[in-house]
Structure formats: structure tokens, C-alpha cells
Write a protein that binds this ligand. Structure first.
Ligand code: GLN
Length: 194
């Protein structure tokens, strides 16, 4: 299986390494032609405004949005979650708008700029998963049919609907591989159905 990691800005290499560690081919996506023949894509953390601008500058925006809307599995971590969301609080535009959630950027404010915790996420793993948050957003509203996968202190920090997974935290910055395994299991399931 070949999985792309959007490689315009942000935490690309860590996702590539995690995917390779669980035995999948991982490729960098920098332009529209790179989207051919990938089974899924990870949109990494970084700066959503920068990645969003680069999506337009590189001509990736429309082909990527189309592929995700056609059902290609996509996982957004942190800034990636913001880019996939339908609505960003206090903002009159969105980016890819592929999952019906509302997100709040930099939601933890300055004092909690970065923090680590852990959580049980039974859908993803039998063991507790370490969670790393960096200037993280959280989800303030879930649309119909969007599954709440994880809450931390009453805030939704991971969700899924159909082919789209979003996490406010960064599994790629821990040694834990469970989220990458979970995402690739969703792709395997989809490929079996089609
Ligand atoms: N605060 C960043 C943004 O709004 C996201 C931070 C991250 O991806 N670690 O884009």
C-alpha cells in the first residue's frame, strides 16, 4: 500500500517514518501529479494558514479536495485537522471542507501552548495512547454522523467520519504507532470493499 504525506510545510518526516515502521510505502506529496496511485493521505501538523496558501500556490487544492470527496482516506493531524474541517471559529473561510466539524485554532491559549497527556481510545488501541498537543486546535461542534473518538478534559480532540480521520494531537511525535496502524486499517478495509 502506498500512502502520501502532504509535504508543503510542517511535520512530514515523522509521518513518513511511522508509516514505513509499520511496513507501508510512504511518499511525499508536493504537486498534483504525486496524487496518482496513492491509497490514502496524511495532512500533517504545521501552520494551517501556510499549508493552506501553499495548497493553492502548488495547484494541489482542487485535485486533493476532489480525491478526498471521491473517498480517498485522509487523516489530518493538528493543522491538518483545521485544513480538513468545514468551519473554523472566528474565521469567514475554510479550506478543504471535507468533514463536518467546527474547530477552534490555538484553542488552548498561551499557557497550555504545548502539553502531553494520554488517553484510552478503544477504537484505536487496547492500551493507553500518549497524546502530544502543540498550539493545538480542538473540535467545538460535530456534524451529523461524525464520530467522537476521544475527549480530553471535555474537549473533543479526535473524530472520524467515513474516509476522514482528524486528530488535534500528534501521534507521529511519539513512539506509539497505534494511530498510524488504525488509519492504515481504515484504508485496507476500504480497499477490500471496493
Ligand atoms: N496552531 C497551528 C495552526 O493553527 C497548528 C499547530 C500544529 O499543527 N501543531 O495551524
Amino acid at each position: 500500500m502506498k500512502i502520501g504525506v502532504l509535504s508543503l510545510q510542517g511535520g512530514v518526516i515523522e509521518h513518513l517514518n511511522h508509516l514505513e515502521a509499520i511496513g507501508h510505502e510512504a511518499v511525499e506529496i508536493k504537486k498534483a501529479s504525486d496524487l496518482v496511485n496513492i491509497d490514502g493521505i496524511i495532512i500533517p501538523g504545521g501552520e494551517s494558514t501556510t499549508i493552506g496558501k501553499l495548497l493553492f500556490d502548488t495547484g494541489l487544492f482542487n485535485p486533493l479536495k476532489e480525491k478526498i470527496q471521491e473517498g480517498m482516506p485522509a487523516w489530518g493531524t493538528c493543522a491538518g485537522m483545521i485544513l480538513l474541517s468545514n468551519k473554523i471559529e472566528d474565521c469567514d473561510y475554510n479550506y478543504l471542507g471535507c468533514i463536518d466539524i467546527t474547530v477552534k485554532r490555538n484553542a488552548y491559549g498561551r499557557q497550555l501552548d504545548s502539553f502531553e497527556t494520554e488517553a484510552s481510545i478503544p477504537k484505536v488501541s487496547d492500551c493507553k495512547i500518549p497524546l502530544v498537543f502543540i498550539r493545538a486546535p480542538y473540535i467545538t461542534a460535530l456534524g451529523e454522523g461524525v464520530e467522537n473518538l476521544c475527549e480530553v478534559d471535555g474537549k473533543i480532540v479526535a473524530a472520524k467520519k467515513d474516509n476522514i480521520l482528524v486528530t488535534a494531537f500528534h501521534p507521529e511525535l511519539t513512539k506509539n504507532l497505534d494511530f498510524h496502524k488504525y488509519f492504515t486499517s481504515l484504508i485496507i478495509k476500504k480497499n477490500k470493499i471496493n
